[in-house]
Design a protein around this ligand. Sequence first.
Ligand SMILES: Nc1ncnc2c1ncn2[C@@H]1O[C@H](COP(=O)(O)OP(=O)(O)O)[C@@H](O)[C@H]1O
Ligand SMILES: [Mg+2]
Length: 578
Amino acid sequence: MLKRFASYLRGYERYAIASPVLVIVETVCQLIIPLLMAQIINEGILKEDMAPIWRAGVLMVVVALCATFTGAVAAKCATNAAQGLGANLRRAEFERIASFSFADIDRFSSSSLITRMTNDVTNIQNTSMICLRILIRAVTMLVASMALTLSINPRLALVVLVILPVMAAALAALMKICFPLFEKMQKALDHLNERVQENLVAVRVVKAYVREDREREKFIDANDGFTAAGLRAVLRMVAIQPVMMICMSAATVLVLYFGGQMVLGLEMDLGYLQTVLDYIMQILMSIMMVGMAVLQLTRAQASIRRVFEVIDAQPSVTSGDGKDLPAPRGRVEFRDVSFRYQTEGAGEDVLRHINLDIQPGQFVAIVGGTGTGKSSLVNLIPRFYDVHKGQVLVDGLDVRNYPLDGLRGRIGMVLQNNVLFSGTIRENLLWGNEDATEEELIQAAKDAQAYDFIMSFPDGLDTNLDQGGVNVSGGQKQRLCIARAMVRRPAVLILDDSTSAVDSATEGRIRESFRENLKGTTVIIIAQRISSVQYADKIVVLDEGAVAGAGTHDELMKTNQIYREIYDSQQEGGGSDE
Ligand SMILES: Nc1ncnc2c1ncn2[C@@H]1O[C@H](COP(=O)(O)OP(=O)(O)O)[C@@H](O)[C@H]1O
Ligand SMILES: [Mg+2]
């Protein structure tokens, strides 16, 4: 484990080494001071001689200055090392998350990933700081004080042995109680983050439904839960204080009682009484510090486990190693594909025995009620998820044999819930293809029927999209997403319900431009309105995760009951807008 952490200190090693060394120097300096004090009493005060008082006094100032200086530098180094560790851990997590498939993100949940990248790392950071400074200091103090006490007066050192078991027992009990409480606290924090995230993502919906009060209640619940969990843990920790006080007072009394007798019996110099008392106090304090540091370590263990769980997660979708990739032509085949989500509680197959063969350049529509698996079906093509059984092939090669970038590079995908990113329209379109020329951007915008409204903005392509597109309408956003996918000039273009917010006339024009300008491109389109897909080369009807029929509009109207029902329901008024 320690070795593993050392590897995450890369670039900050010198701080991680300097800090404990300096802490040890600081501690030794502090331990010299009581010895000098004893000298002042024994040689100076008791013998009424000023010279040793001066000598020891000046030395004391030098040693104290040295302790202060090394202490300050040690603190700086420890801070640097801990911050560096945190930065490296966050980077490792981020890089791993970037390779996650949709299924991996589903499994962790994005709010938990955020906690794991922020709060858990901060926890580790603080703990490493405590280890570098407090733990090392306490251990040095403990060992050195014990050695010094034994060398001055072994019999008084026995006092420590009496007090020690009591303290150790108290500390052990505390740890046993607190560890599960800290685990609970971290879970409560996950829950709180989930609430906050959900609320922020859906803030418009919350406001539209005037659900602020309900949401506030839910937040307050989560917040109170976290506070209560925190309080339970911390209040238990505070209980150690009185135990410590009693132990220290008892030690003082015992040292003064036995030590006093020794001084009176001339078995020990008076000056050493105070020194031994100092050291014994240091020993007890150090034990307490070690206990606290260990407690913090156990507490951080939960965070360490959570962070490494992310870093060590094997992405469920990994790049294939296919070398001789087929030329991108746009053929897509499903061979007896079954698929289910791996998330908890989702045991059933969402897609069952799907067989489809889509030829290059075909315009294929997928229709079916909500929840019948249309999105799940198309998500299998760029391997956002992997099939459970069967195969998906693109241009004759199993998608699992493609390197991911090679596969996704030939697919343009407009997701059902698509997002734009903060930045200009141009920057967003370039996501499709970084090397696209101005003409290509304009052509893609025209094909997606986005050119006119883009040009109606004073800054045209350089218009800023605030916060990922709050300043464009839903239909405009969809058209920008389509344009972004078109810039890629993909072999396969997939539109998952991506024209739902676009009016029928514009949708018709988008369809026309696809027909004219994307002759060689395979287009797979999921749509609610039959009117928008009835001219497709092939329409696939999905029902409860299985293909219920496939063919042209006319064929399906004759042979397919489900298709006819969908068509009729849209004719009667509700769905159709022509
Ligand atoms: N990420 C997910 N995890 C678990 N189940 C999911 C997930 N996404 C969709 N589902 C379930 O899979 C089924 C099909 O969903 P989906 O493919 O989105 O349907 P459609 O696009 O046809 O509306 C639904 O029952 C839905 O609840
Ligand atoms: Mg869908």
